[in-house]
Every structure is written in C-alpha cells, then in structure tokens.
Design a protein around this ligand. Sequence first.
Ligand SMILES: C[S@@+](CC[C@H](N)C(=O)[O-])C[C@H]1O[C@@H](n2cnc3c(N)ncnc32)[C@H](O)[C@@H]1O
Length: 430
Amino acid sequence: MRDVTITYLGAQGDGGAVLADGQTLHVPYTLPGEQVRIERTASGKWAATEILAPSPERTEPPCPLFGECGGCTLQHMDRAALLVWKTDRVMAALKKAGFSDLPEPKAFQVQPHSRRRADLAVRREGKEVLLGLHTRGSTDVIDVTTCAVLHPAIMDCLPALRQTLRSLEGLYRAADVRINLLESGLDILLVTDGPLSTVDRTRLATFSAEQGIPRICWQRQGDQGLPETAAQTRPVQHTLAGSTVSPPTGAFFQATAESETLIQQAVLDALPKLNKRDVVIELYAGCGTLSFPLASRARVQAYEGYPPAAAALKNAAGGTRLEVACRDLNRQPIMAKELAQAGCVVLDPPHAGAKLQMKQMVMGKPRSLIYVSCNPAALTNDAAALHAAGYRLTSVTVIDQFLWSAEVEAVCGFKHESSRRSRTGLSHSG
Ligand SMILES: C[S@@+](CC[C@H](N)C(=O)[O-])C[C@H]1O[C@@H](n2cnc3c(N)ncnc32)[C@H](O)[C@@H]1O
C-alpha cells in the first residue's frame, strides 16, 4: 500500500502518477490532482483503495455497473472536464505532429443514452445467458441490464433478445451481437459458436416479428464470407443528407445520430471554396455518411474497401454527383497524380490511420485536405507527414461521441498554399 498524487490521465483514461525515481504508475478511476491510496491487485495492477483528496472534477458515476463493466472508464469525471481533456488530447496529438500554430478548436459532446451502435458479448452460464459487455481487462461478460450510454431503443430490446438467445440450439457457449440502430429500426448481426437449427431460425423470425426488428443476420464464428439473412420483416434503410442507403449488416455508422450531424457539418465547414469543375476525393467512405453531404457541394469520387458497403453506397448514388469505387486503399492507394488534381481530399480512415495512403498524399499535395480521426495516436503519425510536406492546420473540431470512454473523434482541416499553382500536375515543392 502507498499514497501517490495523480498528475495526468493516460491514453486509456487511467490516472497516472510519477514516482520520485521516475517510475510511472497507472491507477484506474482516479483523476489529475487527486491524492490516492493504492495497492496492487492479484493481477499485479494498481488500484485505488481510498481517494484521500478528491479532484473538484470528480462526480458521482451515473451507472450502477460503472467500475465492473468495461464499457466506460471515465464516469467519475465531470462531463465538461472530460470534453476539455479530450480536446487537449487532440491538440496535443497535432502538436506532437509538429504543428505549433494551432487554431482555436470547436468542441462538442453527445448526450447520454444516445449511442446507436452496440457490440455485445454473449455467454451461456448454466440455464442463463449473459448479454452485455466484457468486464474491464477480461473476457468475462457482465449482463447489461442498465446503461447510461446506449440508446433506449437498443436497451428496450435486450430482455427479449436475451430470452431468444437462451433458447437457441446454435448457441453453445458464446456469441457476439452487433446492433445498429438505423432509421428503419434495429439491424442485428448475430455470430454464434454453433450452427443455427431450423427451430432457431423460427425463433429468430418470431423475435424479429414481435419486436418489430427489420432484419437479423447470422454467421457462425470463424466462417469466412458474408453473413446470411436469418430473418427479415421489412427493408433496412438509412437516410444520409437526403439519399437513402440500404446498408449491409454490421455496417459502420458514426456512434450517435447527433455526432453524425456534427461530423458532417464540421467537414462541410472545413471545405474550401470549390468551383464547378472541382472534384472532391473521399477516402474510406463507408456507406456514405460524408459522401452525400459532400455531393451536395461538389462532384465526389468516393472510395471504400468493404465491398458490401461500397455496393450499398453505389446503389444509393443515382441522381447525385457521387461516383463510387470499391478499393482497398492499403493495397492500392489513390496515386499522387490523381490526388493532386482534387479540389479537396476528405479521408476518414479506420483506427490504425492511413499510413500508405499518406505517402501518396504528401507527394500529390492536394491544396486542401480534411482528416476525420478516431484515434489521436494515428492522427499524430498521419498529421506529421502532412506537417513535413508543408501543410498548415486551419481548423479543428473535436467531437466527444464516445461518452465516458477515452476515445475521441476529431475533424481537422489542412491547407497547402504552394499547391495552388501546381494543380494541373504534381507539386515538386517542399
Ligand atoms: C471510420 S470508417 C468511416 C466510414 C464513413 N466515412 C462514415 O463516416 O460512416 C472507416 C471506413 O474505412 C473502410 N476501410 C477500412 N480499411 C480500408 C481499406 N484498406 N481500404 C479502403 N477502405 C477501408 C471501412 O470499411 C470503413 O467503412
């Protein structure tokens, strides 16, 4: 047992203390400025046994499962302070990338009970089925009976879903459930460790009809290929800036409806003045969250690597100024010459960032670039390449769409002044 002072929050949201010998300790559920008594747990990690002097930013966690459930790590922190911390994280990531002249960031935070995507774990335990999230740092599952993050439409269906899962012959021990709350209702992807029987399919169809769920897809764990539709009562649809897509099961969408709008608006706000002939190149387009708003301003060439998402986007693009191609940008990045011609390049890469694509980007030097990031560490790497290539950072919007976790979304605008005069070919400056 020892007493320490917490001086910072680490990337995972744990409090950090620096000891006299320079060693650092991470202590979950503590905040900067706090004096805490800590001891090692059986797993060798540090845990606070007593908060000796609490931070003024400490608050009562709203969820009774907090501390046990691995979904939230920062419910003990005041929400306004949390947004400041996340904003500082994004700005620190950009500073680390080399940008010193930082614009004043805009910052937004979503409301509780608004998350419309849930990745849940399922465990059979005796006669019961647990449906919820992993406990922190383990593969054990905590039955989620209440949640301050998930949208009520998702929470309301969980008791009936739990009952249905309990009855499935194709659920031996474990399963995963991904739920997307779309405009047409809940879209469910179930991945079980056993095959679905005929009776299982009838049960899923009954559950879907009784709960008004448009579609349930299923896949067996470890199977390659696409999931199959196990039950469908009506079309699955989602409207983005006036265009209606029919997304594939498990499709990527931004975490909440509110943050979807905030991200779309931040991207539109960061667009440069475009003329009629300008083309916007959009990379990692998904089902079109950004593509359709962008197509209201310019011709858009959108690229997406997951074939079912690219197909959904292509099918919905009729009558818009959007062209869509399916392309794996890790294997086949858009080349510098093409990027150099764009009026703007918008990219929203996955968590790992866009390393290979950035190599072409800094050779092509499009005059304007908007980077949507969900990972400050990847943002540092990719933005460092832009800084080295002579880009200026012009705008930053931070969106706390993963409330009470350490995750943060950011929309960053970059400009390359010298690229203006070389738009008809590759810029060799810088
Ligand atoms: C963070 S999501 C953004 C999607 C979309 N912009 C949105 O806001 O809904 C990243 C997208 O990149 C796609 N993706 C991941 N790896 C890719 C790759 N190597 N090439 C092309 N697309 C990829 C994913 O399928 C996903 O749709």
